[in-house]
Design a protein around this ligand. Structure first.
Ligand SMILES: C[S@@+](CC[C@H](N)C(=O)[O-])C[C@H]1O[C@@H](n2cnc3c(N)ncnc32)[C@H](O)[C@@H]1O
Length: 268
């Protein structure tokens, strides 16, 4: 990761350590940004969806790929599921390991290829993890690793933002600005600025203004937006057969207005 100190204590943070399918985003590696992750991504309808899926499929063993700060992994563990959680970011895992229930989770630092054959019942990739894989080879390699971690008949569930509705059009300072009150850093003003949209890849800056110390951090990210057809093809290449699709967290079917492409795929 490179940090450029600019005028008036502004920092630019660019991409960090290499891992399967690309690089780890500064949001997940820079400790000051990682500390804000949970306030920006609290328990919500997506968390409920994956908890309900684990319960309804009676998944004894759940694998959480790209588990981040471990909100879902620890909730699952506290509800009696055996959980293996993997993430390449040590900073994210440091937060995860301090959560209630963390002692019941097997944490692995690395990408999905570290999992091996676990005979798991359910694998999940939540929080749009699927979109961090910019190239198809890295994405398919991760799906293959998820496939290997599952038992026959086990399920893989994840979501990806639907490019058909161009969700990035609201990634402007005016429409994305928000303020969070962080216990460590005080008030932090946050907004996004779209940089570039090309061939299914969206580049954008996230600006964090730490008002108490008058510091500004600009983190540049890139995400891949795959269509439902592209996601299906990648899943098939990795060996998944049946797929159930939803367009939102209340399990509506996918249509041209759906903001999410949520899939539950079965290992044949
Ligand atoms: C947006 S966060 C999602 C975290 C968590 N699943 C959630 O729902 O809040 C994306 C996560 O993907 C992780 N990640 C990045 N590259 C990865 C890779 N190659 N394999 C697995 N996880 C990866 C990041 O470290 C980060 O924790």
């Amino acid at each position: 990761m490179r940090l450029h100190r600019g005028r008036r204590a502004a920092w630019r943070v660019t991409r960090g350590a290499a891992t399967i399918g690309g690089m780890t985003d500064p949001h997940y590696t820079a400790p000051r940004l990682v500390a804000l992750y949970d306030a920006l991504n609290p328990f919500a309808a997506d968390t409920r969806f994956y908890l309900d899926l684990a319960a309804s499929t009676q998944a004894a063993h759940v694998v959480d790929i790209g588990c981040g700060t471990g909100l879902l992994a620890c909730e699952l563990a506290q509800q009696g599921h055996a959980v293996t959680a993997v993430d390449p970011s040590r900073a994210m895992l440091d937060v995860a390991r301090r959560r209630p229930g963390a002692g019941q989770v097997a944490w692995i630092e690395g990408d999905a290829t570290r999992l091996g054959a676990l005979d798991a019942d359910l694998a999940v990739m939540t929080g749009h993890v699927a979109q961090v894989f910019l190239d198809d080879a890295g994405f398919v390699a991760t799906l293959v690793a998820a496939h290997a971690a599952l038992r026959r008949g086990g399920k893989l569930a994840f979501e990806s933002r639907n490019p058909v509705v161009s969700p990035w059009t609201t990634w402007t300072p005016q429409q994305s600005r928000r303020v969070i009150d962080d216990t460590q850093h005080g008030a932090v003003e946050i907004w996004q600025q779209l940089v570039d949209v090309q061939a299914g890849r969206v580049r954008f800056d996230t600006v964090y203004r730490f008002t108490a110390c008058d510091d500004t951090v600009v983190s540049t990210s890139e995400l891949r937006f795959r269509t439902q057809t592209e996601l299906s093809e990648a899943l098939r290449k990795a060996g998944f057969s049946e797929m159930e699709w939803f367009g939102d967290w209340s399990r509506s079917p996918v249509d041209e207005t759906s903001r999410e492409l949520i899939v539950v795929a079965t290992r044949g």
